[in-house]
Design a protein around this ligand. Structure first.
Ligand SMILES: [Cu+2]
Length: 236
């Protein structure tokens, strides 16, 4: 009787966690912590991924019953991409049309960030900065674009401060805009996210004139990213 009442309270969430621990070994969900980007990174304890610093996600150990749907590749060539011409603002408060002003006729690399991020955005941005320096050395005109995935918070001023922290040079636009426009942009670019903290370290590299697009891992070495960008630039 007493046990039944306890179980009911437990199910209703009334029993504080400390009271549960001595009792339960019965109903605890077995699981582990896994990096959303690196499924090979598994841990018994919560924490961060040593490769990309993303917060490890709790994953219940369930018997492999789900039908094996091949995971959509996160990297590699993209067959076709429609880049919407939405109205955006850059870090200087300048109004731009995303496709016409930033992508049309250019070689571009795009990453996805938000300024209050404490996980992958700082290293993603630092990597892009080094990419920008290397591209400048080899005199390749490439447009870098960082799209805010948190446009309601990321005003142009916030983006300008964020960009300044990384000493970015001209030729790198940090863009924000109206939330529904940005969401449709993210959707078209294949990076739609439901929770900004789950955002992807994926970057898009493209040569608009050649109609060539490819995805890459944004925390790869700057040198390997420059190589991919140069390959894209050389497409005819
Ligand atoms: Cu982030």
């Amino acid at each position: 009787m007493l046990i039944k009442a306890f179980v009911v309270l437990l199910l209703l969430g009334f029993v504080p966690l400390a009271a549960q621990t001595p009792k339960s070994s019965t109903s605890k969900v077995a699981g582990h912590y896994e990096c959303p980007m690196h499924p090979d990174v598994k841990s018994k304890k919560p924490g961060r991924c040593p490769k990309c610093q993303m917060v490890l996600r709790f994953t219940p150990d369930k018997p492999a019953e789900a039908p094996a749907v091949p995971a959509k590749s996160e990297t590699g060539a993209v067959s076709s991409l429609h880049i919407p011409d939405i109205a955006v603002q850059d870090q200087n408060g300048k109004s731009l049309n995303f496709y016409t002003d930033l992508v049309k006729g250019k070689v571009v690399a795009i990453n996805f960030i938000f300024t209050t991020c404490t996980t992958i955005c700082p290293p993603l941005t630092a990597t892009f900065r080094r990419v920008q320096q290397q591209l400048a050395e080899q005199k390749s005109p490439v447009q870098l674009i960082s799209v805010s995935v948190d446009p309601a918070i990321d005003t142009p001023e916030r983006l300008r401060d964020f960009a300044a922290k990384f000493k970015t040079e001209p030729g790198w636009a940090f863009v924000t805009g109206n939330t529904s426009d940005i969401n449709s942009l993210l959707q078209e670019l294949g990076v739609a996210i439901t929770n900004k903290n789950d955002h992807t370290p994926m970057i898009l590299i493209g040569n608009d004139e050649a109609g060539y697009w490819t995805r890459a891992y944004g925390l790869a070495s700057p040198t390997s990213l420059v190589k991919l960008i140069t390959e894209a630039a050389n497409r005819k």
